[in-house]
Design a binder for this molecule. Structure first.
Ligand code: ATP
Length: 371
């Protein structure tokens, strides 16, 4: 087992830098608890860097990410910083394509002690994972839009969705394996729900066919299908009924924000962008320009993303100390909310980034890794 792990750290813009400071404090505290050192190498990237240096994602940053054991990412993009085609500077999308981080993993669950916007008491049992295909789908069109002119003005623009057998099969395999793993650790039955629009698009009918082929290889995992519009309804009406769901890139982008809302907001939603060789972990939220620089950001999503990173690294490195570290973070977060002493501003409470961080770090130093 390694005595030290190399983490590439990309704080980015807006509240990305603020929540990353919280994650750093947590990781430093964790070192003494689990006897592992984390060499955190900070790297520039983002919209502000683009403004200052003309490049959003420097080669040197990519090199450090490539060599690192894992990448920890804050948030990037600023509404007023845009490329010539009018789109925002979003290096996280470039990283996904560059390192082939095809699996966008977005777990979502309610925390005792925090209110949810849903009045049904079953909302306390929300615990599922959205798996978003992250290298194809409609996002593949980014930077490739077919812009046509007529009479000197733009008259038509086409963004084409890309769905391949290989890309669909690997994300579906990922979802089924994740369901098996959750069943083993949570003692619940495994189920994967495919989310598509197969009633309208041939690309989506093809996606559904590939999903069904993959499902046959996992007879121990139940599977079903839902159209994305019906899923938008079901996620509000009965989100507690889901286990793992898998979907195309654009649908996953939209549903990610919806599912964060189910448990109180973007500050509660962690994520991992995982490939066969690299893993990048980041809160599901963006740079939140409306609250940036005010110390109001909820750092929980960032902290839970750090826990996801440790879990992923634990598996890759065969190092159970890292899995303990992940459990310590999860338990510390659970504790500070459960006893009602901490209520993030995102929930209308009085506690900003620094207070939430202090409470979680203090709980981490006392809590046990056992669940
Ligand atoms: P992106 O397009 O990069 O995903 P976005 O503009 O869709 O970003 P966010 O930056 O995620 O959106 O912000 C959406 C809303 O959620 C904003 O009102 C923001 O203040 C709020 N928000 C996001 N993250 C947090 C957080 N960690 N704590 C509190 N509020 C947050």
């Amino acid at each position: 087992m390694e005595s030290s792990y190399h983490i590439a750290v990309l704080p980015g813009d807006g509240i990305g830098t603020e929540v990353m400071r919280a994650a750093e404090q947590l990781i430093v505290a964790l070192e003494s608890r689990i006897g592992v050192r984390f060499a955190m190498e900070y790297q520039p990237a983002g919209a502000q860097h683009y403004l200052e240096r003309g490049v959003a994602l420097p080669e040197s940053t990519l090199k450090v990410c490539d060599k690192a054991d894992a990448i920890l990412f804050g948030a990037m993009g600023l509404p007023h910083v845009r490329g010539t085609d009018g789109t925002e500077i979003i290096p996280q999308l470039d990283l996904r394509f560059h390192f082939d981080l095809y699996a966008g993993v977005r777990p979502i669950r309610t925390f005792k002690g925090l209110p949810t916007p849903l009045s049904n008491p079953k909302a306390q049992d929300i615990d599922f994972v959205l798996v978003r295909e992250s290298t194809e789908g409609l996002f593949y069109a980014r930077g490739r839009g077919d812009v046509r002119q007529a009479d000197g003005v733009t008259s038509e623009v086409y963004d084409t969705m890309k769905i391949t057998r290989q890309g669909t099969a690997r994300i579906c395999e990922f979802a089924f394996k994740l369901a098996q793993r959750r069943a083993a650790t949570k003692g619940r039955s495994a189920r994967v729900t495919n989310v598509d629009k197969a009633n309208v698009f041939s690309s989506m009918a093809f996606w559904r066919g590939v999903f069904s082929e993959v499902a046959l290889k996992y007879p121990d995992v139940a599977s079903d299908h839902a159209y994305v519009d019906a899923m938008a309804l079901n996620l509000v009406m009965k989100p507690w009924t889901y286990d793992v769901m898998v979907t195309e890139n654009m649908f996953g982008d939209i549903l990610s924000d919806l599912i964060a809302a189910l448990v109180g907001g973007m500050g509660m939603a962690p994520s991992g962008d995982i490939g066969d060789r690299h893993g990048l972990f980041q809160p599901a939220h963006g740079t939140a320009p409306d609250i940036a620089g005010q110390g109001k950001a909820n750092p929980t999503a960032m902290m839970l993303s750090a826990a996801m990173m440790l879990d992923w690294l634990a598996d890759r490195a065969g190092d159970p100390r890292l899995a303990d570290g992940a459990a310590l973070i999860e338990n510390a977060v659970e504790q500070v909310f459960a006893d009602g002493s901490v209520r993030p501003m995102e929930f209308g409470g009085p506690h900003g980034t620094a207070e939430v961080t202090r409470a979680v770090v203090a709980a981490l130093m006392k809590t046990s890794a056992k669940v």
